[in-house]
Design a protein around this ligand. Structure first.
Ligand SMILES: Cc1cc2nc3c(=O)[nH]c(=O)nc-3n(C[C@H](O)[C@H](O)[C@H](O)COP(=O)(O)O)c2cc1C
Length: 328
């Protein structure tokens, strides 16, 4: 019998599969189904800072937030009218009553200000942890990388002051000194790092000459970015790492554990294949461990992280060379 349990941010999880923040977790019925199919924890759909601020100052016009992020604008226009912070707190309370798995709340933010008050309400409602989805697009020509990073540190500091439940930081990879910056984030007292978030990407329809959103769901090939950086970071950070983006099957889960992740977050594959994909992944992981005579995840976790792997050039090398790629 293999043991799939893992520790993440102080929680004893029955296995490493967490459902990533998305519409997959926006109702109690969906969360119950995900638990029943094997999810070890869920991250609720994010509340957006702009939405919280909109409710705090309910005289704010929707157009005032247009210039922050297009997704925030859409979210506020299409979501806020049917949902509120109050509904979010109800979802947390309801989920805590109905399921045994940990419930992680999520806030999508770009600054710190009054919205941090809501973190206390989220804690009071019973959320087991809070995932902060922070993405500040480094697009302002006058903002240096130091000033850009400072905003992340300020948000973490403010949130850590307000709540006692564990905090995870979910980020993208747009930092110039990526490993150094992430290591410093891990020294702030956060309990988890979710590497990496995946963002809306713009595309152009050349017939209508209009901009649209491309590739809402990830592909299995997209796993490589988080694999590389988790391999480089897993034994250099002071908190647990949850792998995110491009994990679609048990092979992806095995790879992320081999580079040192404590858990993996699943989103696109559940949208595409339904919650039963969890059962398939757990079965595949169990059989793979049996084939390799591993009894627990710790028997192989981090085995291929940087420092343990024989040929680190595979993580370091970024330019194609014939002897590595086999192609000229
Ligand atoms: C439809 C959809 C909605 C999402 N909503 C959120 C969200 O509210 N908050 C968040 O942090 N991430 C959100 N994400 C990102 C996912 O949590 C995840 O990080 C990303 O999809 C990469 O994982 P995947 O490759 O397993 O899909 C969303 C993704 C999708 C596809």
């Amino acid at each position: 019998m293999v043991n799939l349990s893992t520790k993440y941010m102080g929680f004893d999880l029955k296995n490493p599969l967490i459902i990533g923040s998305s519409g997959l977790t926006n109702s109690i019925d969906k969360i119950k189904d995900l638990e029943q199919k094997g999810a070890a924890a869920v991250v609720l759909k994010s509340l957006f800072e702009e939405q919280i601020m909109f409710e705090i100052n309910n005289n704010v016009n929707v157009s005032d937030v247009n210039n922050s992020y297009p997704e925030a604008h859409d979210y506020i226009k299409n979501f806020t009218k049917d949902n509120s912070v109050g509904d979010y707190l109800k979802l947390i309370k309801g989920a805590k009553k109905e399921v045994k798995i940990p419930i992680f709340a999520s806030i999508n933010c770009v600054s710190f200000n009054e919205w941090t008050k809501i973190a206390k309400d989220i804690e009071k409602a019973g959320a087991d942890a809070l995932e902060l989805n922070v993405f500040i697009l480094p697009s302002d020509i006058n903002t240096t990388s130091e000033a850009h990073e400072k905003m992340y540190f300020e948000i973490i500091e403010e949130i850590k002051k307000s709540i006692k439940i564990p905090v995870a930081l979910k980020i993208g990879y747009y930092f110039s000194g990526l490993v150094n910056t992430i290591q410093k984030f891990s020294w702030t007292g956060i309990n988890g790092l979710v590497l990496f978030n995946r963002f809306y990407t713009p595309d152009i329809n050349i017939d209508t000459m209009k901009l649209n959103v491309s590739n809402v769901y990830s592909t299995p090939e997209e796993i490589s970015t988080s694999l590389r950086w988790i391999a480089m970071l897993s034994n250099k950070v002071n908190c647990d790492i949850s792998a995110s983006t491009g994990v679609h099957n048990y092979e992806g889960v095995v790879k992320q554990l081999l580079v040192g992740a404590k858990t993996v977050q699943l989103c696109s594959t559940i949208y595409k294949n339904g919650p039963q994909q969890l059962e398939k992944i757990l079965e595949g992981l169990t059989k793979w461990m049996e084939r390799h005579n591993y009894k627990s995840l710790d028997d192989f976790r981090g085995k291929l992280s940087l420092g343990k792997v024989e040929n680190p050039v595979f993580y370091h090398r970024v330019q194609y060379m014939k002897h590595l790629s086999g192609t000229d």
